[in-house]
Design a protein around this ligand. Structure first.
Ligand code: ATP
Ligand code: MG
Length: 581
């Protein structure tokens, strides 16, 4: 490929809407181009990298015996109606109507379609195990499309699905996928962690995520010195044992004027009701946070969350717990609808399905029986002291919605947690019989009995991977692709207008292509200075840059390593060997 031909304009400035390095550089270096929020075109350079990511994924999927298929992205409503995802997906689903008025959608993921296809064609245990995959465009109307192709509304995913007659088969398929993912992400070259992705309600390793470790990632994960790692959404709180409360005085309401916040309350307690043993702290208070759950059918339900006053509600953890409902703020009109709620002074007395408000009340797992709290008295300017859980109030259950903090204990006892950020690159999930049951995918087993098939579902963000690699593979001058993903093997530059040099560069180009190298040849002459060419080469990020310049008359060219910056003169006769090495 010649630079004078390549469909490319590099940009000097970062795009105005770009915040993260991969977004800035992929646009500036001419790999992708924005069409609409979260919707991007792939230009020649970008498409080449994307194809290389796809190739790695295909090789590893084929290696575990999965077979490639391709479904349409345009899908009928009915299968998604059957599993209720037409409703559950809510506003994230792109819905449309055909000319006859039939509802259709653009597929956000394809469990339904794969299940129905296998049901169509297979009927016996002898047909299984089976793993199918596709590399295909997905559509999700994300609330916050962000960071270019990292979170698109149209994006490319590799999704696979395994089909087995029994749990052991599913476990084997899951482990095979897990191993394939390890090889895929090793080859993509970024630092990644494998984290537990659900709170364990479905057992052991039912779901894990592969996160690229990156400060710009949207996912927070935790790890402990003893090897525990989990997505922050999946961390379970270590609840203390219940404590006896025989000696605790009866709860008493006190005047605490102008203390609608935890800080103002703690200050007031220390001034007006000092403790003998130590000062009052935020963690002694029980804070009750109100939100509205919007269910997929549109109904709004208030929810109260009780948690120690030194912790905030973590929006993502809460969203995971209440999905498919979405979380919305509790508004003035909601207070108006529940006159029993005194803003700033809400206590358990006004909460719970048994209370006058009837608002569902879920508490943090740390609020075990016998724990003693200061909390709102449901009266303006008043709090209750010595309110004991299990004695003076109960909740409708617990919820894992409080923030996880560095230093919190790992649930498996493997030490204090450390927090870091990552980009979700892959997700493997033992679906079990959920979809097969609803869509009636059954096969005859060895005894001629109909059994429901058990499934796994496994995804890799293919387009996201291009950005995730760029997120670490760059420096201040531009992209620095790992060799296996680079759009070209060699970026050849002619530096000089001298006839011999130009002819020499043409010869080197022809030779390298003849030797099987994929070469981008910057053959621009005229006004394009060597300096501009070097800048573009650094921005584009091909790992090896070869410069044909003044040294050519002495039979040498310069070979530069894009990642280390190291340059050396190489005799022309040794060039091919040097590049191979
Ligand atoms: P996220 O939590 O980032 O929204 P998800 O859990 O919804 O992702 P899955 O349904 O597990 O994603 O999809 C499988 C993979 O597809 C993800 O691991 C991720 O790499 C990729 N992916 C998901 N959503 C997007 C998106 N909007 N843009 C690009 N890639 C995505
Ligand atoms: Mg996921």
């Amino acid at each position: 490929m010649r630079m004078t031909r390549l469909f490319l304009r590099t940009l000097r400035d970062d795009p105005a809407d770009a915040e993260v390095p991969s977004h800035k550089l992929l646009v500036r270096a001419g790999y992708v181009r924005r069409v609409a929020p979260g919707v991007y075109s792939w230009l020649p350079l970008g498409l080449k990298v994307l194809a290389k990511v796809e190739r790695i994924i295909r090789e590893e999927m084929d290696e575990i015996g999965a077979q490639e298929v391709r479904f349409p992205a345009l899908l009928p409503r009915e299968p998604y109606e059957a599993t209720n995802r037409w409703t559950e997906y809510g506003p994230n689903l792109f819905r449309l109507k055909d000319r006859k008025g039939n509802d259709m959608l653009l597929g956000p993921t394809h469990e339904e379609m794969f299940t129905l296809l296998v049901k169509d064609l297979y009927s016996s245990y002898k047909d299984l195990p089976l793993s199918l995959y596709q590399i295909q465009t997905k559509y999700r109307d994300e609330a916050r499309p962000r960071a270019g192709i990292l979170r698109g509304r149209e994006f490319i995913m590799k999704d696979s699905y395994s089909f087995d007659v029994d749990d052991a088969g599913l476990e084997a398929a899951y482990q095979a996928h897990r191993a394939a993912y390890v090889r895929i992400f090793d080859r993509l070259g970024f630092e990644y962690v494998i984290v537990k992705a659900d709170s364990g309600a479905m057992g052991g390793s039912a779901s894990e995520e592969f996160l690229a470790v990156s400060p710009t990632g949207e996912d927070t994960f935790v790890r402990s010195p003893g090897g525990y790692s989990a997505n922050v959404e999946a961390v379970t709180t270590v609840a203390p044992d219940p404590v006896p409360y025989d000696g605790i005085p009866a709860a008493h309401a006190e005047q605490t004027p102008d203390t609608p916040t935890i800080d103002s309350l703690v200050d007031h307690l220390n001034a007006a009701f000092p403790r003998d043993d130590r000062s009052w702290e935020a963690g002694d208070t029980l804070k009750n946070v109100l939100v509205i759950l919007r269910h997929p059918d549109g109904t709004r339900e208030p929810l109260a969350i009780g948690l120690p006053g030194d912790r905030e509600v973590d929006a993502k953890r809460l969203e995971t717990q209440v999905a498919p409902a979405e979380v919305e703020p509790f508004e003035q009109k909601d207070f108006a609808a529940h006159p029993g709620l005194v803003k700033g002074y809400i206590g358990p007395g006004a909460l719970g399905s048994e209370s006058t408000t009837g608002i569902r009340y879920l508490t943090d797992p740390r609020i075990v029986d016998g724990t003693r709290w200061v909390t709102g008295a449901d009266v303006q300017g008043s709090h209750v002291i010595d309110l004991v859980a299990g004695r003076d109030f109960t909740s409708d259950g617990t919820i894992e919605a409080a923030e996880v903090r560095a230093g919190d204990p790992a649930p498996d006892g493997s030490g204090p947690l450390e927090l870091a950020r990552g980009i979700e690159m892959g997700h493997i999930f033992q679906l079990g019989r959920k979809y097969a049951e609803v869509l009636d995918l059954k096969v005859l087993d060895q005894n001629g009995k109909l059994v429901t098939v058990t499934m796994g579902s496994y995804g890799v963000g293919v387009s996201r991977a291009v950005a995730a690699v760029a997120e670490y593979a760059h420096d201040e001058s531009g992209l620095v692709w790992p060799r296996e993903l680079a759009p070209f093997d060699v970026h050849l530059i002619v530096a000089g207008k001298d006839e011999t040099v130009v002819a020499g560069a043409e010869q080197v180009y022809a030779d390298l292509v003849g030797e099987g190298f994929d070469v981008l040849f910057d053959d621009r002459l005229g006004k394009v200075s060597p300096g501009v060419k070097f800048k573009d080469a650094e921005l584009i990020g091909v790992p090896t840059i070869v410069v044909v310049g003044k040294g050519f008359v002495d039979g040498v060219v310069e070979v530069k390593d894009r990642s280390t910056g190291e340059r050396r003169d190489v005799p022309l006769v040794d060039l091919v060997t040097a590049l191979r090495d």
